[in-house]
Ligand binder design. Structure first.
Ligand SMILES: Cc1cc2nc3c(=O)[nH]c(=O)nc-3n(C[C@H](O)[C@H](O)[C@H](O)COP(=O)(O)O)c2cc1C
Length: 387
């Protein structure tokens, strides 16, 4: 494998390896992709206030999440359809996590099945549970997570409906999570009735939309495992999460792949940290592609962050070894940035290290990677074939 020198080099390699429709599936968001862009906008509008003349010769990047040691405050967000990116799928991601001391949140839609991943890689795993069935289905999924030795369950709350990702629609690309038929037709049947088969199908389709706090309670009681709620975006829900005894609040908008026209995650973080008030751990994802992004989230009160797209790009570029390399590069970026802002450990980071400013570029998912942005723009520029 090429010894990638930077994340930009990895992205360029991923772009070359992936089929165009797969690249679009990974990078894209919903409709106007405004949530996707706001994830970046929120990070890009924060600048550091570096402190100097502190001894930064020893930097500690480690932390814990729910009592598990992490060498960096970076974990793997749940990603479905991983086998599109690498044939080893979640086994490769879990293996990389074991090598670098990170943790995988395994998606219900990932490959291979959870028990296979657990057999192949002996390292703590969290189940990222997309509820996709009735109570019996939920009970079975929870029992499987317990049997596989998962250390926690992350209940995915931001996806009661599968959104319209127009890159995929234009490419006629179907992921494992997408469904055929419109929601409008389903709603009409539920409203006006239909044949028994059509009504049963409509009810079945709406099973994901029936997820409520009661389901969370059921999962918590049945599993006896720490519960993480993924997809919390407001102080109100963060407070309810604490009332329901969850162990971690996971701020996420699904990387801009669910509700469009939502806030950037980093913008929602301060009110959520305040609402949680230390009664649960807070983690975040959404647009975290650089060491400096990680530190901004930590400074605003996150315990750790998760990476979605960056995980996919690294895996596409170099499989398990590629993901290990991406984490090494992130570690290097984090150590250097901590040294340059005068912070020797993560606990010492707080809001005083940040200031809101104007972003230098209009929001774009590839803003952290200017060379990639330039090269991809050149590839699609009109008249390219004449040169
Ligand atoms: C290709 C892809 C597949 C995803 N699949 C899932 C999934 O199966 N379950 C889930 O909860 N989130 C899923 N997500 C969302 C991620 O868990 C995470 O919230 C998001 O990617 C974070 O934003 P980022 O990609 O900018 O890091 C997926 C994201 C991507 C890019």
């Amino acid at each position: 494998m090429v010894e990638f020198t930077s994340l930009q080099e990895m992205l360029l390699a991923a772009h070359e390896k992936l089929a165009p429709a797969t690249w679009d599936f990974i990078i894209g968001g919903t409709e106007a992709e405004s949530t996707l862009r706001r994830n970046r906008h929120g990070l890009d509008r924060l600048a550091f206030r570096p402190r100097v003349l502190r001894d930064v010769s020893r930097i500690d990047t480690s932390t814990t999440f729910l009592g598990h040691e992490l060498s960096l405050p970076v974990m793997m967000a749940p990603v479905g359809s991983l086998a599109l990116v690498d044939p080893d799928g979640a086994v490769a991601v879990a293996g990389a996590c074991r090598t670098v001391g990170s943790m995988l949140i395994y998606s219900t839609f990932a490959d291979p099945p959870l028990d296979v991943v657990r057999q192949k890689v002996d390292h703590p795993l969290v189940l990222g549970l997309y509820v996709r069935g009735d109570e019996a289905w939920v009970d079975q999924a929870v029992d499987e997570a317990v049997a596989a030795g998962c250390v926690a369950i992350a209940v995915v709350t931001e996806a009661p409906y599968y959104s319209r990702r127009e890159r995929d629609l234009l490419n006629r690309f179907r992921s494992r999570g997408s469904k055929s038929g419109t929601y409008a037709a389903t709603q009409k049947i539920l409203r006006e009735g239909g044949s028994p088969d059509a009504t049963a199908a409509a009810e079945a389709r709406m099973v994901t939309a029936r997820l409520t706090w009661d389901t969370v309670e059921r999962i918590r009681k049945r599993s006896n495992l720490p519960i993480i709620l993924k997809g919390i975006a407001t102080a109100e829900d963060a407070r309810m999460a604490v009332e329901h005894g969850v162990s971690a609040v996971y701020v996420s908008n699904h990387g801009g792949r669910q509700l469009d026209s939502a806030r950037g995650c980093i913008e929602a973080l301060p009110e959520i940290v305040a609402a949680v008030g230390g009664h649960a751990e807070v983690i975040l994802d959404g647009g975290i592609y650089r060491g400096t992004d990680v530190l901004k989230a930590i400074a605003l009160g996150a315990r750790a962050v998760c990476i979605g797209r960056l995980q996919c790009w690294a895996l596409a570029a170099g499989g398990e070894a590629g993901l290990v390399r991406a984490m090494e590069i992130l570690e290097e970026e984090i150590i250097i940035a901590m040294g340059l802002i005068g912070a020797s450990n993560l606990a010492g980071l707080d809001r005083s290290y940040l200031v809101a400013t104007d972003p230098i570029e209009s929001a774009h998912v590839l803003n952290p990677f200017p060379v990639v942005k330039e090269r991809l723009a050149r590839l699609t520029a009109p008249g390219k074939s004449e040169h």
